[in-house]
Design a protein around this ligand. Structure first.
Ligand code: NAD
Length: 478
């Protein structure tokens, strides 16, 4: 049985009081290990180590840091099978997905930021005959990196890589439900030559525990959180005491808008993915589908037919499309949303229950709900599971208004072959990431982040460096 330890100042360790919590495989319900449960004492120790290490790591050259980061990427790739299995065991996601998406992207996050930092520039302004101004980019200090359970290593490395590239050190607080790949990453960092104290991992819970100890810590300069909107609000409050810089990537309730002139097959195939990949546990999943009325019946029929073909089952089986949800607690939460949607007049077009033959794990059938409107809870709250709603619309103005009638503003997808309409609608939708005739296609140089209550700040390319570094201006009198 796996024992998952903290990694503090280059040492794998238990909590000072020996406290642990249990870790379960949601696909089998079995206990798979115990995890060291950290709190304020371990966070204090890790932050002190990160602060000491910053003195030297912050002064290394970009080329030195990039070389180490490429070694981390190499080691992630060499350990792909093991990392993918750990991720699947922790999350319940299909192993094929962990192998094709989570782990390769984790390696690529390091390669991308390693290469990017070497090409970073700053700005210069000449006051002709008077002075020359130029900006220097410097690391900030110690970053607290708090990650969620849905794409554990993928989203954690999306933070660690720019943090290290910029010259900062970090204390990682992984999601308590998915601790395993974070400790494995620590092992990899050590093998790759990351000096002691530069990367630290403290396991534990969020509120009144390791998470809040990190966000409150006076010696932490930056907090990057990916999690729920309610968590973002709590973190913002506790980070205020020492005015920490914040990057918040939060929840979404993303519209998927299908115009009648779209390529139907392409829209259907991608909508299946954007609805149900990773069991719908992706912040960018398009959980509100709006279809222009002339296409509505055909689209619904096609979507239901393709949904029926999805294989829900053992995450280790290569034929599985949809694995287990993260936990039985989350399964009950998802069931509650579906039950209340039906009570509010929603009609289940397919799915809506636990599969009969999979009661031992936290499985739920891919579910489509019709006959809802913007007043129903299911169209307003983030379910974060394999559940989507579908509604017809008549005009462009109408669908823009419904799509924007939400507190969230993370992503949106538009399906149309009318180029002018694509530009018009993309400009009007209140979301940070808009896809036209595609979904989840990412160039890591582009800005990523949410509007409204989906977050604060942008990640990706130079935007990640804006967060993880300081710019200071030098003015030289001529
Ligand atoms: P969560 O908010 O419950 O937990 C995220 C992390 O925050 C965990 O490590 C948790 O322990 C920690 N945490 C919780 N409360 C805390 C507190 N008070 N102080 C400090 N840390 C605290 O989120 P989750 O359930 O792990 O992940 C699902 C959520 O994440 C969904 O809402 C999803 O949309 C969102 N998400 C957003 C993005 C994005 O890029 N915008 C990406 C993935 C997931």
């Amino acid at each position: 049985m796996e024992k998952v330890l903290h990694f503090i100042d280059g040492t794998f360790c238990e909590s000072h009081d020996g406290r642990t919590f249990d870790n379960f495989n949601p696909a089998t319900g079995e206990k798979i290990g115990v995890v060291a449960e950290g709190g304020k004492a371990e966070i204090d120790q890790a932050v002190a180590a990160a602060r000491r290490a910053f003195k030297t790591w912050g002064k290394t050259s970009a080329a030195e840091r990039a070389a180490i980061m490429h070694r981390i990427a190499d080691l992630i790739e060499e350990n792909l099978d093991e990392l993918a299995l750990l991720e699947t065991t922790d999350t319940g996601k299909p192993l094929t997905l962990a192998k094709s998406l989570d782990i390769p992207r984790s390696a690529y996050n390091f390669r991308f930021f390693a290469d990017f930092v070497k090409g970073m520039s700053t700005e210069a302004f000449e006051m002709e005959g008077v002075a020359l101004n130029y900006a220097l980019r410097r690391p900030v200090g110690v970053a607290g990196l708090i990650s969620p359970w849905n794409l554990p290593l993928f989203l954690l490395t999306w933070k660690v890589a720019p943090c290290l590239a910029a010259g900062d050190t970090c204390v990682i607080k992984p999601a308590e439900l998915t601790p395993m790949t974070a400790t494995k990453l620590a092992e990899i960092c050590q093998k790759a030559g990351v000096p002691n104290g530069v990367v630290n991992v403290v396991h534990g819970f969020g509120p009144d525990a390791a998470g809040s100890a990190l966000t409150e810590h006076p010696d932490v300069d930056l907090i990057s959180l990916t999690g729920e909107t309610t968590t973002g609000k709590a973190v913002m409050k506790s980070a205020a005491s020492s005015l920490k810089r914040l990057s918040l990537e939060l929840g979404g309730k993303n519209p998927n808008i299908v115009f009648a002139d779209c390529d139907l097959e392409d829209a259907l195939t991608t909508t299946i993915r954007s609805s149900f990949v990773n069991q719908g546990e992706v912040c960018l999943c398009g959980s509100r589908i709006y279809v222009e009325r002339p296409l509505y019946d055909r689209f619904v029929a096609g979507l239901v037919e393709k949904t029926a073909q999805l294989v829900v089952g053992d995450p280790l089986d290569p034929n599985t499309n949809v694995g287990a949800l993260i936990s039985f607690e989350h399964l009950e939460r998802v069931e509650g949303f579906v039950r209340r949607a039906v009570e509010q007049g929603g009609r289940i077009l397919i799915g809506g229950k636990r599969p009969e033959h999979l009661k031992h794990g936290a499985f739920f059938e891919p579910t489509i709900i019709g006959d809802v409107d913007s007043s129903c809870e299911i169209t307003r709250q983030e379910v974060f599971g394999p559940v989507v709603t579908i509604q017809p619309f008549d005009t462009e103005e109408e669908v823009i208004a419904i799509a924007n009638d939400t507190n969230y503003g993370l992503g949106a997808t538009i399906w149309t072959s009318n180029l002018k309409r694509a530009h018009r609608v993309a400009a009007e939708i209140e979301a940070g990431v808009i896809w036209v005739n595609t979904w989840f296609l990412r160039d890591l140089r582009t800005p990523f982040g949410g509007m409204k209550q989906s977050g604060i700040g942008r990640e990706g390319g130079v935007h990640s460096f804006e967060f993880f570094s300081e710019l200071k201006n030098v003015c030289i009198k001529l």
